[in-house]
Ligand binder design. Structure first.
Ligand code: FES
Length: 325
């Protein structure tokens, strides 16, 4: 299939991006597949900061996926995609890609970079959350930066587990049960050398456990970094209607489709960067209705005020929401 057949219109999130070809596909687990993209001419690709993501267009939608390489002088980009059968269709479309197909992707974007001042990086990942951590680990290995990774995965179901073992060696600790993980977590968070930064990626509840415990143990906010799953891996949520008060438009937001996607499909150009609820770019003012906040950007106070919604991941608790748009 050619890129024009795949994308009738260019999605705003990948405008000015790169036309790449699928050059490798490998199965990680029963539900996770890695897909590698290269320039069809063999040209080198733009470098990226470890922990960056790529937005990939599928049909008229677009999803963000973490890159798994170190980011230095890349000749290819690799993402790993968790299959979500009841999502908006992005992950299923990625799983249907075949070698030789063309895709339109954004340039890599960074919203989860390693802290330059850290003396040690403590990475904690669960499941598909391993992907940005692999990028951090590979870059750290290249640059000789002290890094350790705690990886929680299902028995025999850990995506990139062999890669992580190869890159990190004894600096990798794996867990397949929660009780042992929690014990180790307490110990590690209590005994870190000065200047250590903590990075966590996984399901929301997992991240809250790790970050909550770090806060309780006195870790300063500036040393905590988190990267949630993308919108593609989130719960599809309930359908709702959004009323754009200034435009005089009502739009239906179906389950599994983000508010951001819905607005983009309606021709609205909304600033965005991470599409994962981290960067704060896609904030929209709420006039009426209670958002179901699913982002990591707004503070608890801002969330309670219900005056702003991060439209890439958050939805509405009410049947209808009114935005100042
Ligand atoms: S695009 Fe980054 S928070 Fe929505």
């Amino acid at each position: 299939m050619t890129v024009t057949a795949l994308h009738a219109t260019i999605h705003p999130a990948v405008a000015g991006g790169l036309h790449l070809e699928v050059t490798d596909i490998s199965v990680q687990t029963a539900s996770v597949t890695s897909i590698t993209f290269s320039d069809p001419s063999g040209a080198p690709l733009p470098c990226y900061v470890p922990g960056s993501h790529l937005v990939v267009q599928y049909g008229d939608g677009a999803n963000a996926y973490s890159l798994t390489g170190s980011g230095s002088a890349p000749s290819e980009y690799t993402i790993s995609v968790l299959r979500v059968e009841d999502g908006a269709g992005g992950s299923m479309a990625m799983h249907r890609l075949a070698i030789g197909e063309r895709v339109l992707v954004s340039r890599p974007r960074s919203a989860f970079a390693p802290a330059a001042t850290a003396t040690h990086h403590l990475l904690i990942a669960a499941g598909i959350g391993i992907t940005p951590m692999l990028s951090h680990s590979r870059a750290a290995a290249e640059w000789g930066v002290a890094t350790s990774l705690i990886y929680v995965h299902r028995p025999r179901e850990g995506p990139h587990v062999l890669d992580a073992r190869e890159v990190l060696g004894p600096a990798l600790t794996e867990f397949t049960d929660r009780v042992s993980f929690r014990k180790e977590l307490t110990e590690r968070l209590s005994n870190q050398r000065l200047g250590t930064h903590l990075y966590v990626c996984g399901p929301a509840a997992f991240m809250e456990t790790v970050l909550g415990q770090a806060r309780e143990l006195g870790w300063p906010k500036g040393r905590l970094h988190s990267e949630p799953f993308g919108a593609a891996e989130l719960d599809p949520g309930q359908p709702f209607t959004v009323n754009l008060a200034r435009s005089g438009i009502m739009l239906d937001v179906p389950a599994g489709v983000s508010l951001l996607e819905t607005l983009e499909k309606a021709g609205k150009s909304i600033p965005n960067m991470c599409r994962k609820g981290v960067c704060g770019e896609c904030a929209l003012p709420v006039r009426r209705g209670a958002p179901q906040h699913r982002d990591l950007y707004l503070s608890d106070q801002e969330k309670a005020a219900n005056t702003t919604i991060m439209c890439c991941v958050s939805r509405s608790l009410d049947h209808e929401m009114e935005l100042d748009l």
